[in-house]
Design a protein around this ligand. Structure first.
Ligand code: A3P
Length: 272
């Protein structure tokens, strides 16, 4: 066999599907798509384009790791595979399953103001219902019960970050979960991406030349291989209306949970 070149190196360069070395676990509406697409600008990263829902959907999980691997892109040795499924963060069974796959996997959690996240979450559900001509209830009606916050509302529960993170921290050490500030990623993506590169052990390759600010959209869009690409219309759409009083109740409701989350991650965010 040849030591250099020849068929051996061709074989060595062959691409194959690999299990993810890093997973964006959530949160839903936190900016998970933006984070995935932005990390994908890195030459050493390749991503699963669609959400995989392996660990949180029973039919998928029962098919095992071969099924999971088959959802991944073909990569070169040394490239890092990343997938994102925002549903992982709030699913109780997921942390232990991820650990079983690979206890060294790196986890990325992108968070944003939980009150804004809830409204964004509602807006997405509303949009889907309108598309399917299904009936819907205004946000204010779901959110408030006799003037008080309705704790049974699912989207409210998904914004209780400390409860979900506590379950992940029963399984993974804190250092293995990198928290990305979703609000900062919107304002100025580069510092957040630099930190994510460092966390993933990647050389710094994502730069301002990979983006341009699209004033019409009000967001950064991506430039890669001569193409420009903004995230689709489902990202950054106008939020469903909610009265100022109701929003303030929401902010008040999240004050304690937020404090618990800040203590857990060892930093704070300027949320409402
Ligand atoms: P809104 O639609 O509430 O504005 P996810 O991908 O997890 O569903 O998150 C969607 C959110 O990503 C959007 O929430 C939007 O604010 C945010 N986002 C962050 N960076 C963005 C970008 N460059 N382009 C569009 N949306 C972005």
């Amino acid at each position: 066999e040849l030591r250099n070149g020849g068929s051996r190196s061709t074989h060595f360069m062959a691409t194959q599907q690999r299990l993810p070395a890093a997973i964006i676990i959530g949160v839903r509406k936190g900016g998970t798509r933006a984070l995935l697409e932005m990390l994908n600008l890195h030459p050493d990263v390749d991503v699963a384009k669609a959400e995989v829902h392996y660990f949180n959907v029973e039919e998928h999980y029962q098919q095992g790791l071969d099924w999971y691997r088959a959802q991944m892109p073909f990569t070169l040795p040394g490239q890092l595979t990343v997938e994102k499924t925002p549903g992982y963060f709030a699913s109780p069974q997921v942390p232990a399953r991820v650990w079983d796959m690979n206890p060294a996997v790196r986890l990325l959690l992108i968070v944003r103001d939980p009150a804004e996240r809830l409204v964004s979450d509602y807006t997405q559900v509303l949009h889907n219902r309108l598309e399917r001509h299904k009936p819907y209830q205004p946000l204010e009606e779901i959110l408030l019960h006799q003037g008080d916050i309705n704790p049974g509302y699912k989207a409210l529960h998904r914004s209780l970050y400390h409860q979900h993170l506590a379950r992940w921290l029963q399984v993974f050490p804190r250092e293995q979960i990198h928290v990305v500030d979703g609000d900062a990623l919107i304002r100025d993506p580069f510092p957040e991406l630099r930190k994510a590169e460092r966390f993933l052990g990647l050389p710094a390759r994502i730069s301002s030349s990979n983006f341009y600010y699209n004033a019409t959209k009000g967001f950064y869009c991506l430039l890669s291989a001569g193409h420009d690409k903004c995230l689709d219309e489902s990202k950054g759409r106008p939020h469903a209306p909610l009265s100022v009083q109701a929003f303030q109740k929401l902010c008040h409701y999240f004050r304690k949970p937020n404090k618990l989350f800040f203590d857990m991650v060892g930093r704070s965010f300027s949320w409402c």
